[in-house]
Structures are given as C-alpha cells and as structure tokens.
Design a protein around this ligand. Structure first.
Ligand SMILES: [Zn+2]
Ligand SMILES: [Zn+2]
Length: 377
C-alpha cells in the first residue's frame, strides 16, 4: 500500500471522507484530518458532489494510488482562503472542476482539458510535491483527485480549480456542471460546434449524451436524434427536446434510420458509449464534412473501427474529447445562464442521496436507474 508523503501543512480539522482502500473495493465513510489551505488554495465545505463514471472506473480498474478519496463534481462553500488567493473569499459558492497546470502551451491557449500535465494533476492522488491534504491517524490518504477529492465533507482545492457561482442557485446539485454535464454540453457546443440548424446524432442517453442534447437544443440544432436502447431514457430525451429517438435493438440498420430522419445523414455525431461498433455506425451516418466526437470509455485494446477512404471521400473529422473542450471559468457560467433561462434543465438528470449512502448512489449509476446521482452532505 503506497502512501503519499507527509503534508507540510498543519492539520486544521477533521472531515468525513469516502475512502477507497483497494481497487474494486467499496467507498468507506471514515474520519480524516484535512490540512489548512496553502497560499494559493481554498478550503471548501462540500454541499453536494456528483457521481461520475470516471469515479467508478478509478474505484474499480483505472490505476490510481490507494487508499484514495475520489469525487470530482463537487460544489460547496468557501470557508477559508490562502494568503495569495485574490478572487475568492469565505462564503463564496463554488463549483469545482478539473485541474490544470496553467503554465503549459494548451493551458495558455484556452485548452486546459488538454493540459500537458493533466494525468498527474487529476489522477496522481497527490499534490505536485507528492504531499496530500488528507491524513488519518498520521498516515496520509491519497487525495487531490481532479484537484478536489470531493467525496468528503471538506476539500482543499486550488483557487484556479474553483468557479464561483451566484448564491441563489441550488448549490447541492451544481457540482456535475464541473465534469459530466460540462463534458456533454461542451462536446456539442465547443468541440463539434453544433449551432442553429446543425443536424446531430447522439449515441447514448446517459448524463453526457443528454447534456449534449440539452445544449444542442438550447442553441437551436435540428434535428437532434438520440440513439438509446433504454425506453425510459428515450422518453426523457423526447421530453428534453429530442426530435427523434431510435432504439438500436428495434431497427435493422441504425445508420439508415438516422439518414431517414436527418435528410441523408447528420453533420455532427457524438459517441458516448465507447463501443467500437457504435462508433462505426456514427461515422457512417455523417454527411460530407461531418464531425464525429468521441467521449465514451472504450476497451483499452480497441482501435478506431472506421474505414479511412470512406472518411477521406466525405472529409469526415474525428475529435477525441476531454471535458467538453471546456474552459470551466467561462463555460460553467454559460451553462448556468442557460439553466436560469430554462433552456438547460440539467436538474432533471439528478437524484440526490445522503453522503452516507454513496455506495447506493454508485450502484444506482451502474444499474442505470439514476442518470446522475449526487451525494449531499
Ligand atoms: Zn497545463
Ligand atoms: Zn467526470
């Protein structure tokens, strides 16, 4: 069992944190000590944290150091700030997002999702100096997952990792704007440049796919087609504005069904499933100059299942997408504004669970009964 080095920061207070002790293990809610924020950090009292697919992948398979506190869709209230923090103050409501270094080429060019240091900063389980803000009985617990480790009553995060939002918003459900919701909406608006009149096919009606749908409809894309085998999710897609839905198990040829609805095909397609055969279908359904976005988690050994000449003769673009190509400081406020206007009702995807029931929340995500579980503190 590896342990992060002892943090140099003084221990400030105790918190309750959901610790994963070994890969495949459950979340265990236990008492931990959390350090005081350093100069560029803030202490956030968590109010609600979304459960994202990536949390469960890291719990079960993706290599992160253990024991660790996961959680990366946190929302909460700033309680203390470090000496160099200038844009946040105690009492501010914040949505936490992914971590980025701020200094590399991509960070300097408004593309922090492709920070050259993205993997260690978000999955390394420690601060850049190897320390951790969380400990238990003198042993450090890996933390700083996505710069936050927000499956805990408190998180220490960098100022740059927290986006302030208005205090009249329902804070307990705002956290998913920091990852899953932003990923879907950003894939549509930022990555695929879906806009008024863009025909758009979305494969998968989970949190990411339905967020892409809501964002696309908010800007007037049409037709927007959702391909999803689960009937309840197809129904929800219709309620959220889908112009058509397709049950891939009920039609012989999904690509032909999309072409029938989309007047020969679609200009944009988004795969959220990671299933190679679905990606083949998505690429096939594109019109000339169409763009395909990939956000699903594929099997590690899978290669692109797309015929190259069929891409070249149509000029098809393929974009692998992280975090919806979002600059959180700009994009989260845009989504909040659409939400206020009633054009982005992401709250319809959410069901809340008490923090102590985090394992039940995770299970509800896995069995598909809840699209976006949020644990509340
Ligand atoms: Zn960077
Ligand atoms: Zn996520």
């Amino acid at each position: 069992m590896s342990q992060a080095q002892q943090s140099p920061s003084a221990t400030a207070r105790t918190a309750r944190a959901a610790i994963v002790r070994q890969q495949g293990g459950p979340f265990s809610v236990e008492s931990v000590e959390i350090a005081t924020p350093r100069a560029d950090e803030v202490l956030v009292r968590m109010v609600g944290t979304g459960v994202c697919h990536t949390d469960l992948v890291c719990r079960d398979a993706f290599p992160v150091p253990m024991p660790i506190v996961l959680g990366h869709e946190g929302a909460g209230i700033v309680e203390a700030v470090g000496s160099k923090v200038s844009t946040l103050r105690p009492g501010d409501h914040v949505v936490l997002s992914f971590n980025s270094c701020g200094g590399c080429h991509n960070c300097a060019h408004e593309a922090p999702a492709y920070c050259f240091n993205f993997m260690p900063l978000n999955f390394g389980g420690a601060l850049e100096d190897g320390s951790s803000p969380l400990s238990q009985a003198g042993l450090n617990i890996h933390a700083n997952f996505f710069g936050q480790s927000s499956f805990a009553t408190y998180a220490v995060v960098r100022e740059s990792n927290a986006v302030a939002i208005a205090t009249d918003l329902p804070l307990e459900i705002m956290g998913p704007l920091g990852c899953g919701i932003q990923t879907g909406a950003g894939a549509a608006l930022n990555s695929l440049k879906v806009t008024k009149g863009t025909s758009f096919a979305i494969f998968g009606g989970g949190a990411v796919g339905l967020s892409a749908l809501m964002a696309a409809k908010a800007v007037g894309a049409a037709p927007v087609i959702v391909v999803e085998p689960n009937a309840a999710r197809r129904q929800l897609a219709v309620e959220l504005g889908a112009d058509a839905t397709i049950d891939p198990r009920a039609v012989e040829d999904v690509s032909a069904a999309i072409k029938a609805v989309g007047n020969g095909g679609v200009l944009a397609a988004l795969d959220t499933t990671g299933i190679p055969a679905v990606i083949t279908t998505a690429a096939d359904a594109l019109l000339p100059n169409g763009q395909l976005g990939l956000v699903g988690v594929s099997p590690m050994e899978a290669n692109l299942p797309v015929n190259i000449m069929s891409m070249i003769t149509r000029g098809i673009g393929i974009k692998a997408i992280l975090e919806g190509d979002s600059q959180p400081r700009e994009f989260i406020p845009q989504l909040v504004e659409l939400y206020r206007q009633g054009k982005f009702p992401f709250d319809r995807l959410i069901k809340t669970f008490p923090f102590e029931q985090i394992n039940e929340a995770a299970h509800a995500s896995e069995d598909g009964s809840v699209i976006k579980p949020v644990v509340v503190f």
